[in-house]
Design a protein around this ligand. Structure first.
Ligand code: URA
Ligand code: SF4
Length: 201
């Protein structure tokens, strides 16, 4: 697979990038997914939040974080007093990867090849938005943005200095939904979001 590079236009306009991403064939995921789900939010956002890949709802609606994980994220942002509308939200991988089980589409984690193939889109988004802080939601995002060896369990909530921005990682909101003790997992997630809030200024 060629990777996304050849599909990424040389532009500083997010709308142009988004439009071009609809035609990306940088890896095989476009074949079965409904559509590309590009990042959304203000071009001058101080904070970019990066998830893993669109889920079933995102794939159908064409917007990031509009399904169950997105609703949990919304609630945590509100509890940490972060205005979602000021955040640019995107994903490490822009197409939904899944397996079919009957009528249901079950999320499948993207592989290294797809993450690397898709990275040119996120690089382009970060080059346009130039955030102060990048928040990695889960290991896939943290490994794509910070370090392929990043361990969320050991390093969550720590602010890391990168050449162009600071970064911080926490768990993926879906992991909170699946946690055995959801109340505790949610509280820890909100604590990390409060660290994000403190690191925003
Ligand atoms: N999970 C993600 O990582 N991203 C989305 O957009 C939705 C669910
Ligand atoms: Fe292109 Fe990324 Fe979709 Fe693969 S997942 S086709 S690289 S946009």
């Amino acid at each position: 697979a060629p990777g996304a590079e050849e599909f990424v236009p040389d532009t500083t306009d997010l709308a142009t990038l988004r439009e071009a991403s609809c035609g990306c064939r940088g890896c095989d995921l476009y074949r079965h997914a409904t559509q590309t789900v590009f990042g959304e939010g203000p071009a001058d956002a101080t904070v970019v939040m990066v998830g893993e890949q669109p889920g079933d709802q995102e794939d159908q609606q064409g917007h990031p974080f509009v399904g169950p994980a997105g609703h949990l994220l919304d609630r945590a942002l509100a509890d940490a007093e972060i205005d979602r509308d000021t955040v640019y939200l995107t994903n490490a991988v822009k197409h939904f990867k899944f397996t079919e089980r009957g009528k249901r589409r079950i999320h499948k984690a993207p592989g290294r090849t797809e993450i690397v193939a898709c990275s040119a889109w996120m690089a382009a988004e970060l080059a346009v938005v130039r955030p102060k802080l990048v928040v990695c939601l889960g290991a896939i995002a943290a490994q794509a943005v910070i370090d392929p060896a990043f361990k969320v369990s050991q390093q969550r909530g720590q602010v890391v200095s990168m050449p162009d921005y600071r970064a911080i990682a926490t768990v993926h909101p879906s992991a909170v939904l699946r946690a055995p003790d959801r109340t505790e997992a949610y509280a820890a997630f909100v604590e990390d979001m409060k660290k994000v809030r403190a690191a925003m200024t």
